[in-house]
Design a protein around this ligand. Structure first.
Ligand SMILES: [Zn+2]
Length: 356
């Protein structure tokens, strides 16, 4: 028996006992492979991901220290196109992107149950400022909630109609599978949508998501092992919000059981192909070079373009709110858990995931 084989044999038990989030979060670059999403949004991984360029004419990538701006190439192209459409249709200077996926997707150490197969992205409800943010600012800039922490409904001092237009612009894109927003945001969209309401169908209420919204696109061609999510069906969903305000978003009763963290996912709980993705060679620098941005859009934005843009009223800083323990849910959230816990902005965040 060769030394290499011995090493593999002795490494096996350790790998089997290591939570998948530790293995995937240790990956520094995407794999050199054909782009492929494997598994479900909350249980899978991605081969051949691309990294979103840090800056574009109509976007900037936030939270660079997290190293989570990787996604399926179609998602990267979609998000860049959405940022242009938002500028044109929602009068939104540019998008601030949050988490997409880790370089090879998979479970994360903190923050998300989904975002595992490169088809999920968080977009902040804060407009891109008219200057290029420093790396430090991108990690630390306040990204305020639009929800009143006491009433759990929309905070009209922070909500802007453009935010609704932005969410609508995203929901009307055919490749979008669903969008998650705080129930108070969904309620506001329901109130103001008017007669053309079909797009509201894809906008789903969810815990958290009070300072950003979450866009999920459908499984892409070339990903035979990508597991689609059920359709959101028909109807605007505006008649189903009472449970959220009456039950789900209520503070936990003193008698309720304390919250217990769900056990971590191990490699045995992920599709087998994800073990192969971990072993694939690193794509290296090429992973961000063949960006699908058209040449014109890839040109660096001159600083003067930022300086020339009209200044807008500064966004109010978020009120400091003590982080609360999430209430144990009395019933399953209709769409399953998809929280973004570490920056929940004080919103109650049950960290559970009933089914799908
Ligand atoms: Zn998200």
């Amino acid at each position: 028996m060769g030394a290499a084989l011995l090493a593999v044999a002795s490494a096996l038990p350790a790998a089997a006992q290591t939570p998948a989030k530790d293995l995937f979060s240790a990956e520094t670059g995407p794999s050199a492979a054909k782009p492929q999403s494997i598994g479900f949004y909350s249980k899978g991984c991605i081969a051949g991901a691309l990294e979103m360029p840090k800056d574009g004419p109509t976007w900037q990538v936030m939270k660079p220290s997290r190293h989570r701006a990787f996604a399926h190439p179609t998602m990267i192209a979609f998000l860049q196109r959405l940022s242009r459409d938002a500028a044109a249709e929602a009068n939104w200077r540019g998008l601030l992107f949050g988490d997409m996926a880790q370089p090879r997707g998979g479970p994360m150490k903190d923050g998300h149950a989904s975002h595992q197969i490169g088809l999920d992205a968080d977009i902040y409800l804060t407009e891109m400022p008219n200057r290029r943010l420093s790396r430090d600012e991108r990690d630390t800039m306040p990204l305020p909630s639009v929800i009143d922490k006491t009433t759990r409904h929309i905070d009209l001092r922070r909500w802007r109609p453009e935010m609704g237009k932005l969410i609508r612009t995203a929901a009307e894109e055919p490749e979008v599978q669903r969008i998650f927003v705080h129930p108070g945001i969904k309620e506001q969209l329901c109130k103001t949508a008017g007669r053309d309401r079909a797009w509201l169908n894809k906008v789903r209420p969810m815990y958290g998501h009070d300072y950003h919204f979450h866009v999920r696109i459908v499984c892409q061609p070339g990903s035979p092992n990508c597991e689609p999510q059920e359709s959101t069906g028909t109807g605007d969903g505006c008649d189903k919000l009472d449970w959220w305000f009456d039950v789900a978003l209520q503070p936990p009763k003193p008698s309720s059981k304390p919250y217990r963290k769900p056990p971590p996912i191990f490699m045995s709980g992920l599709p087998k192909a994800c073990s192969a993705v971990l072993k694939q060679p690193d794509a290296g620098v090429s992973a961000s070079a063949p960006s699908p941005v058209p040449a014109a859009a890839r040109e660096p934005v001159p600083v003067t373009a930022f300086e020339a843009a009209p200044e807008r009223a500064p966004t109010p800083a978020p009120a400091a709110a003590p982080r609360r323990l999430p209430p144990p849910p009395a019933a399953g959230a209709p769409d399953g858990f998809d929280a973004d816990a570490p920056e929940a902005g004080g919103m109650p965040m049950p960290r559970f995931r009933p089914g799908g």
